[in-house]
Design a protein around this ligand. Sequence first.
Ligand code: SF4
Ligand code: SF4
Length: 136
Amino acid sequence: MGTWPTSPCLEKGCSFCCRNTEMPLSPSDVLRIATTTGQHPEQFSKEENGIRILLNNPTTAACVFLDTDSADVHAPGLCSIYENRPTGCRTYPLILNVDDEAFLDTLCPHREEFPEIPPALLLMLKRLDSELQGQS
Ligand code: SF4
Ligand code: SF4
């Protein structure tokens, strides 16, 4: 599965997008995460408008898979399922607007430090979007 060739996330100690997450999961994301973690989908996701989204830890308000003790949105944290993380986590901060045009989310504080958008990543994002639209 594709990903960014380089990203500033680790170097900057950033986990901003893993906090208060509403990351949607495709059925294959749910299956892969359930299989590799041994968790039931209800332990890490909930259904909203026909789509499963990641759950946050009630104490830290961070994704249940973020290794962190802090509720500070600027605190560092590492993804505990990095190799099997959801497709949307791999493509972020690349997102689509309502006209299906891709752009780097302005909420990402380090968006300007990402490299040129890899075509394979854009394709992956568009496939995910179609898959999610087919579910909702
Ligand atoms: S907000 Fe941007 S820089 Fe921070 S972890 Fe997410 S993608 Fe990386
Ligand atoms: S699965 Fe990993 S990368 Fe995605 S929001 Fe959770 S901690 Fe962040």
